[in-house]
Write a protein that binds this ligand. Structure first.
Ligand code: KIV
Length: 298
């Protein structure tokens, strides 16, 4: 099968959009190849989220994340996942300035990672940019509600739409991104009645993170749901306890190294059995030839 045909076995943005009203959309964030390969079996799309700045690199917010960092992790996830659509987040500062700047950077992300779509934060203010990118061949997932890249303006990771007075603006954000051509929209940290109302009002799938079961799909940060993150938001359910397993395994390893019970012989290379070397064989043959009795000539 040509690599171009293989490419089409992967879900694409329209496949995700078509799931609205048909089946719940399953997704997780993913930042590296091995976990992407596992999640690929279960997820419709994997998001290389800029949360990787906090989860993988120890930043306090997503603001310091760069385009190069997103591209590096994006490439790893695309290599690891064979079937799921891979969406790469546009980091803070790479798309807000103008549709042209957004296109240049999003095109770089698509070319260098081979991902199938990008995600960017913002509602009404991003309408023209979403339209510009989609018109030029770049599928866009939007992101409204709590938008972590605006943390310094919002003043904290606060749930949105918990007062009805906030609804009109957020409703409008959802409508604008849908009308501008986004193929889906993340609703982050949003009161359930608002998430439900938006999900019913727009034609593209809503992907909830802390926005209730009313959404068309769900996403969580993989490390949070695996039980690897030291602190998680209220909306996270820990489906695993990987942090505990890692702690136990590393503690066990350290103990065995200190006791010298690891490595054992089965983890150790022995010397190869000595084989006669070529020079030795040649010399032995010469010696034998010199000793040969002279035969029969007169
Ligand atoms: O960066 C991220 O992980 C995200 C999710 C919260 C949707 O944008």
């Amino acid at each position: 099968m040509s690599s171009q045909m293989a490419q089409f076995k992967r879900l694409m943005a329209p496949d995700i959009a078509a799931k609205k009203g048909v089946e719940p959309i399953v997704s997780l964030t993913s930042y590296h190849a091995h976990t992407a390969a596992i999640a690929d079996k279960y997820c419709d799309f994997l998001l290389v989220g800029d949360s990787l700045g906090m989860v993988m690199h120890g930043f306090e917010t997503t603001v310091p994340v760069t385009l190069d960092l997103m591209i590096m992790h994006g490439k790893a996830v695309v290599r690891g996942a064979k079937r799921a659509l891979v969406v790469v987040d546009m980091p803070f500062g790479s798309y807000e300035e103008s549709p042209e700047v957004a296109f240049r950077n999003a095109a770089r992300v698509m070319k260098e990672t081979d991902c199938g779509a990008v995600k960017l934060e913002g509602g009404r203010r991003m309408g023209a940019t979403i339209h510009y990118l989609v018109e030029r061949g770049i599928p866009v997932m939007a992101h409204i509600g709590l938008t972590p890249q605006s943390i310094n303006v919002i003043g904290g990771f606060k749930a949105q739409g918990r007062e009805e007075a906030q609804w009109a603006e957020i409703d409008q954000d959802a409508k604008v991104v849908a009308d501008s051509g986004a193929f889906s929209v993340v609703l982050e940290a949003m009161a359930e009645p608002l998430a439900e109302r938006i999900t019913k009002a727009i034609s593209i799938p809503t992907i909830g993170i802390g926005a209730s079961a009313a959404c068309d799909g769900q996403i969580l940060v993989m490390e949070d749901m695996l039980g690897l993150s030291p602190r998680v938001p209220k909306f996270v359910k820990e489906f695993g306890s990987i942090g505990e397993s890692i702690d136990k395994a590393i503690g066990w390893y350290a103990e065995e190294v200190r006791k010298r019970s690891f490595p054992e012989p089965r983890h150790t290379y022995a010397m190869k059995a000595k084989e006669p070397n070529v020079d030795d064989t040649a010399q032995a043959k010469d010696a034998q030839d010199t000793k040969k009795p002279e035969t029969g000539s007169n």
